[in-house]
Design a protein around this ligand. Structure first.
Ligand code: BG6
Length: 496
């Protein structure tokens, strides 16, 4: 078959093969906020053509036409002022099956539909199953897919069967291992794509390129020159829309085990031997292995857990909830490059601003005409991930005029001003890489297990705490604020 090449932002990419895309959890928010708009984004950019079909599977009662209305609305919500024709063309490729995830009849119906649509769209049997349900359903869905013959080892190399699994992958180390084992008994690891949509963001992918393709920073990236690393994951929104999921998950499982640990690994990993999935994942895993796990006996010194005011009043049943909507912590990586460099993390919902960023602060080694050192920013590189997308460099410079006065300045690189609003988004990237069968921007089996190992003592301790003990640990904060008061004392050397 002739493989077509297309140009996106002046970069040549391959057009993926025709495929069917099955979404489990098709009545949930993720489907309409992320998956559908991103599949449409790929269609609109011309990266995928008309030979694909999408089947939504969910418990809500829809038929093909009412599902298409929701699909259309979700697209119009994201892409304003679009021609109706392109949306209509896309929607015509979408279908819906109502069914219970534990019920084999659901899978029989999926099978019938796939057989019929594969012929119609000439997809040759290429299928991606996307599991976007609450995590508790991951295991039964995988088991039923295998039992029904919908998913099996890719023995016939003429077509692919792949599965994408949302995060959090597991609930703790034990459940993550169990899920890995169940999946890998039945299918090959190369068919499994453990999603972390942060790895699909261009700003996140740029971290490795920035670090390894630029001589000027390469040699500075170590504890001789770097004082600390600060990661912010602040959001102004709350969790009301998905309170059932969130209250049983908490922010540590929601963003720390996955997105934040990935950010840490990208900014601290060694140069991979090659820029391929295996080598990159190997270097990331070396970081995960070397992050000191929490010490269950000294939690108070290591982490602040917070909850925004009003959380417990939102709904009946939450009156005594100790679920964290905020945490601040400090980690260390035990290796030659990073010994003694603290990595600070602040993450929270309903905070003062939306900001996802990594700031690398350099030590001050030269003292050039600085009368009052405290008033000058240290050199810092900030990877701005969201909502701003780019990189800034803090440096000292001369104020114009006859006298030699210095001042802190910023150099600012901004993706949007160069590439506009229509960049490939995170889920577009995640779906595209899965279509290519490339694992570079996904978690691997070992990485997921290491990530839970870091958190295990913390999660175990919290599990064992009585409600009173937990209640004492949780610090409350005002929505729209910097977080709990205690933050000031906890991270003294943290600079905003
Ligand atoms: C999700 C978390 O994985 O990532 C959410 O479950 C969080 O709680 C979201 O808000 C942030 O993603 P993004 O792409 O909006 O920064």
């Amino acid at each position: 078959m002739k493989i077509e090449k297309i140009l996106v932002n002046n970069c040549e990419i391959l057009r993926p093969e025709p495929f069917g895309f099955i979404i489990f959890g098709a009545s949930g928010n993720l489907t309409y906020n992320k998956l559908i708009p991103s599949l449409f984004g790929l269609f609109k950019k011309g990266i995928i053509k008309n030979n694909f079909f999408i089947i939504g599977v969910g418990r809500t009662t829809y038929d093909d036409s009412s599902f298409r209305v929701r699909v259309e609305n979700s697209i119009k919500n994201r892409f304003k002022d679009l021609r109706d024709k392109i949306i209509e063309d896309f929607c015509a490729n979408t279908y819906y099956i109502k069914g219970k995830y534990e019920d084999i009849y659901t899978y029989n119906e999926i099978k019938e539909r796939i057989n019929e649509l594969s012929l119609c769209y000439k997809t040759k049997g290429n299928i991606i199953y996307n599991v976007a349900t609450p995590p508790i359903l991951f295991e039964p869905i995988v088991i039923k897919l295998v039992e029904s013959g919908l998913l099996g080892k890719n023995v016939n190399k003429n077509f692919f069967q792949r599965i994408m699994i949302e995060k959090p992958f597991g609930y703790d180390l034990k459940s993550a291992k169990k899920l890995n084992n169940i999946i890998l008994k039945k299918i090959d690891d190369e068919q499994v794509f453990r999603i972390d949509h942060y790895l699909g963001k261009s700003t996140v992918q740029n971290i490795l390129v920035f670090r390894f393709a630029n001589t000027i920073f390469y040699d500075l990236w170590n504890n001789k020159n770097i004082e600390c690393i600060q990661i912010k994951f602040k959001e102004t929104s709350g969790v009301e829309e998905r309170i059932e999921y969130f209250d049983s998950t908490g922010l540590i499982r929601d963003v720390f085990q996955n997105h934040i640990l990935q950010l840490i690994s990208l900014v601290t990993m060694e140069h991979p031997k090659r820029f391929t999935a295996n080598y990159i994942q190997k270097e990331k895993n070396n970081i995960f292995k070397n992050i000191k796990p929490f010490n269950g006996l000294k939690l108070k010194e290591q982490i602040i857990l917070g909850q925004y005011d009003g959380y417990r009043q939102y709904k009946k049943g939450l009156e005594k909830s100790c679920t964290e909507t905020f945490f601040a912590t400090r980690l260390f990586i035990n290796n030659k490059r990073w010994n003694n460099v603290p990595v600070y993390i602040i993450a929270g919902k309903k905070m003062d601003c939306d900001e996802s960023s990594i700031k690398v602060i350099f030590k001050r080694k030269i003292n050039f005409l600085l009368k009052d050192e405290q008033n000058f920013n240290k050199n810092a590189i900030t990877f701005k991930i969201k909502p701003q997308q780019g990189i800034t460099l803090d440096f000292l410079g001369k104020v114009p005029g006859a006298k030699l006065c210095t001042q802190s300045f910023k150099m600012d690189f901004n993706y949007k001003s160069l590439f506009g609003e229509d960049m490939i988004d995170d889920y577009e990237s995640v779906i595209l890489e899965c279509l290519y069968g490339d694992h570079t921007i996904f978690w691997d089996k070992k990485g997921v297990e290491y990530s839970w190992r870091i958190l295990e003592p913390l999660l175990n301790k919290l599990k064992k705490c009585s409600l009173e003990e937990k209640d004492k640990m949780i610090k409350f904060y005002r929505p729209g604020s910097y977080g709990p008061e205690e933050l000031k004392y906890f991270i003294k050397d943290y600079r905003d």
